[in-house]
Ligand binder design. Structure first.
Ligand SMILES: C[S@@+](CC[C@H](N)C(=O)[O-])C[C@H]1O[C@@H](n2cnc3c(N)ncnc32)[C@H](O)[C@@H]1O
Ligand code: SF4
Length: 357
């Protein structure tokens, strides 16, 4: 189904020559952008540094335009994409140059109006509604807005239109909503959702490990009752909380080739291969061309490491070797090492950032 995570083949261990590591920008098939950090919500857990910055317009109106005709996927992150006219203009700019591209969207859903419903029903891959709760009370506490029913009304309207566009729900697990992790699956099933994503933040893990264990057991039971609902993120959450190995297929790094075809543009113009690699940008679009960035020394080092199946860049909350790695308890002011103690993991890389799963 469109919007479902692609089955990726495991990374082959090879050793590309330098000329093979250099890639044309035409290889970029997926573009992720944060056009603004502005938002109509102030979720208690939100990782944003502020709620005002915008991506300079020349970057998406000019710098990125050579990519638009060849893109297969555009993923809109924010800030809140439905709030800001620039997101509509950006989508229309791409639509005018590419009639095959599919859009995906992370949204709190409150302003998911007729425009967005029509765009996503016609050209969407997935719409992720960030709910984070399955009752109005908990919704108001964690999202700090009293819009639970209004958002679910928007979801129902869109579900009726969406056809084969995936409708996803997401939930950032914190101490305040842990008790609603199991019930969230039922809410999703009741709304015809295709996939539930559970995210977490290593800085905001619920402190009571016994309660987490009971919650995960209760959630596993409900999962068994809902075999058609795709659920992402609980295995990696469990592994990171309890310091246990996570099977490769549950990690974002499984078969990942993003250094070959993916570009993620942060609100300050930093370009990286994906949101998890935001700590190690391959360049900045304010002062470099796309070609310079895509084949910068940093880009080549990351591409080579990925091609070899090495982990010095791709170790974070959702990626990395399958073995246990002691990210638990990592804080912004500390560093952590992988299990084999060879690779120093920059602590920024340990911060949780949702992607296009
Ligand atoms: C920053 S939001 C931007 C898009 C939109 N405003 C939304 O909420 O969906 C993108 C995603 O990040 C998630 N998120 C926010 N803060 C987080 C955190 N501290 N840890 C993990 N995920 C987080 C949100 O729940 C949402 O699914
Ligand atoms: S709606 Fe999204 S961007 Fe806005 S505060 Fe919540 S998580 Fe952050």
């Amino acid at each position: 189904m469109p919007g479902k995570s692609k089955r990726r083949t495991p990374v082959k261990v090879s050793d590309l020559r330098m000329d093979e590591l250099l890639r044309p920008i035409g290889d970029i098939k997926s573009l992720h952008v944060i056009l603004t950090l502005r938002c109509n919500y102030r979720c208690a857990f939100c990782f944003q540094p502020n709620f005002r910055d915008d991506l300079p317009e020349h970057i998406w109106r000019e710098k990125l335009t050579p990519l638009y005709p060849g893109l297969e996927n555009v993923v809109l992150h924010g800030g809140e994409p439905t709030l800001v006219p620039a997101f509509r203009e950006f989508c229309e700019l791409i639509n005018g140059r590419n009639d095959r591209v599919r859009f995906s969207l992370f949204t709190n859903g409150y302003k998911f109006d007729g425009y967005w419903a029509a765009l996503m029903a016609g050209r969407g891959r997935f719409v992720n509604f960030s709910l984070n709760a399955c009752t109005p009370e908990t919704y108001a506490r964690v999202n700090r807005r009293d819009h639970y029913h209004a958002v679910l009304d928007n979801v129902r309207r869109f579900r009726a239109l969406a056809g084969d566009v995936a409708v996803d729900f997401s939930f950032v697990i914190t101490a305040e909503n842990l008790h609603e992790v199991p019930g969230f699956l039922r809410l999703a099933a009741d709304h015809g959702v295709d996939r539930v994503r559970y995210f977490f933040d290593l800085d905001l893990l619920p402190p009571d490990r016994d309660e987490i264990r009971r919650t995960l057991d209760a959630t596993a039971e409900i999962r068994r009752e809902l075999p058609d609902l795709e659920v992402w993120g609980l295995e990696v959450f469990e592994g990171r909380v309890f310091g246990t190995p996570v099977a490769s297929r549950h990690l974002e790094s499984h078969g990942c080739r993003r250094t070959f075809d993916n570009l993620y543009v942060g609100v300050n113009g930093d370009a990286s291969f994906c949101n998890f690699l935001g700590w190690s940008p391959i360049g900045n679009l304010n002062d470099s061309s796309l070609e310079e960035i895509w084949n910068s020394p940093g880009a080549l080092a990351q591409r080579r490491a990925q091609d070899r199946g090495e982990w010095e860049f791709c170790t974070n909350a959702y990626c990395g070797p399958t073995e246990e790695h002691p990210v638990i308890g990592a804080r912004r002011d500390t560093a952590a090492r992988t299990a084999d103690d060879r690779v120093l993991v920059p602590v920024e890389a340990l911060l949780s950032r949702p992607d296009d799963r």
